[in-house]
Ligand binder design. Structure first.
Ligand code: KG4
Ligand code: ZN
Length: 372
């Protein structure tokens, strides 16, 4: 019988009692059981350096080194991000392996983000993954960051709902992308709607910046919104056809509105921070939900998921849950820590590719813009 290193292996030692002086005979028995797959995931597409170890679809470790260095710049500074990744990548991977209690030699593959993202940041993860996989003699797997956000729904975690059945719709909302994706299976995803300018996360971050809040502003707006009135201020909604989005107009109308208000009252923002946050958040959610409803109607699909950094937003999560409570949709929302950038989602995406033996060659290069 042919056995490959991927087919087997659990060796069981049976201790059979014998009369003295032998005491025990050790019988080595080889059982043909499917072996667990250990995958190291590496994420470095933007400003988070993250490493995770998965045993099949279960997370053993998922560590993230955030980069505070961008806070006062109002956005990610690419050169600073690459340098911070270089400093963080080895300690983060080392700690992830240690906290998963996994030796390097137990790994079956290294999965890493090869795009879309910032070129310098991606290059750090890519170069590290190549040398690491090469040195260990294991395959490396390239992962599309946006697909990985969706694959995060498939992480086996008792605090997360079982994954949606296929096909389902996923609103993937991050700092760089806003897409409505028709997910036919783990390997086939069709973008049926997307932003024609800014992403939803960008809208949150830019609105926060206008209000003088540090980067990333999305989580801060979310926090201030919790005690504000969402109907206090209204902003015009974009008129974009089909399932596409636009957020650049919202940013401009917030900018002009605040400029006018500040002329009368220089403390307008401080005085109204909670109401402004709640109103901006509610506006963005209404825009997102409108097209998601349209997509559900057009496709007839009622299994609806959200993914990406903005899916951590409490208002958006609530808006989806309300649809489920009203009996309209079955909704799927990743656990909070799998929404914003993390390497567990890269490792689960890598796991799907591993099952297909979809391995990358050593001369693979990163890409910056989304491709399906
Ligand atoms: O997916 P992600 O971590 O990184 C990218 O792939 O871009 O998304 C980051 C985006 C940022 O724009 C951040 O402000 C936004 O997600 N974000 C939020 C929240 N948490 C993160 N936006 C609104 N509410 C939140 N709670
Ligand atoms: Zn992301």
């Amino acid at each position: 019988m042919m056995m490959t290193s991927n087919d087997i292996h659990i060796f069981l030692l049976f201790l059979i009692p014998l009369p003295p002086p032998y005491e025990y005979e050790i019988t080595l028995s080889i059982c043909l059981l499917p072996m667990s797959t250990f995958i190291l995931g590496i994420e470095s597409s933007c400003d988070d350096t993250s490493a995770a170890v998965l045993k099949d679809r279960k997370v053993l470790a998922n560590l993230i080194a955030n980069q505070d260095v961008h806070k006062n710049f109002g956005g990610v500074v690419p050169e600073l991000a690459s340098r911070a990744h270089q400093q963080n990548i080895i300690p983060v991977i080392d700690n992830a392996l240690r906290s998963a209690n996994i030796q390097k030699k137990q790994l079956h593959a290294v999965a890493f983000t090869n795009g879309p993202g910032l070129l310098g940041s991606l290059l750090v993860g890519t170069s590290f993954a190549k040398s690491f996989a090469f040195a260990l003699g294991i395959p490396m797997i390239t992962v599309n960051h946006m697909h990985a956000h969706i694959h995060a729904l498939f992480i086996e975690d008792e605090l997360q709902k079982p994954p949606p059945p296929f096909p389902f719709l996923c609103l993937t909302v991050s700092g760089g992308h806003t897409q409505i994706v028709l997910v036919k299976n783990p390997y086939s995803m069709e973008v049926i709607g997307q932003t024609i300018d800014d992403a939803a996360g960008e809208a949150f971050d830019k609105a926060a910046k206008i209000m003088g809040l540090p980067y990333p502003g999305g989580p801060l707006i979310d926090r201030h919104a919790s005690s504000g009135n969402p109907d206090a201020f209204s902003f015009p909604h974009p008129q974009v056809s089909g399932l596409d989005y636009s957020f650049s107009g919202l940013k401009t109308s917030i900018l002009y509105f605040l400029r006018d208000q500040l002329k009368h009252d220089p403390n307008f923002i401080e005085k109204n921070l909670h109401d402004l946050s709640a109103s901006i958040q509610s506006n963005i959610i209404q825009i997102l939900m409108k097209k998601l409803h349209l997509a559900a109607r057009q496709t007839g699909i009622q299994h609806i998921a959200i993914a990406g950094g903005v899916s951590a937003n409490s208002g958006l999560r609530k808006a989806l849950q309300e649809q489920e409570a009203a009996g309209k949709w079955k909704v799927y929302i990743p656990r909070f820590e799998y929404c914003t950038d993390n390497a567990a989602m890269i490792a689960i995406s890598g796991y799907f590719n591993y099952l297909q033996k979809d391995f990358a060659p050593l001369d693979t290069v990163p890409f910056t813009r989304y491709k399906s």
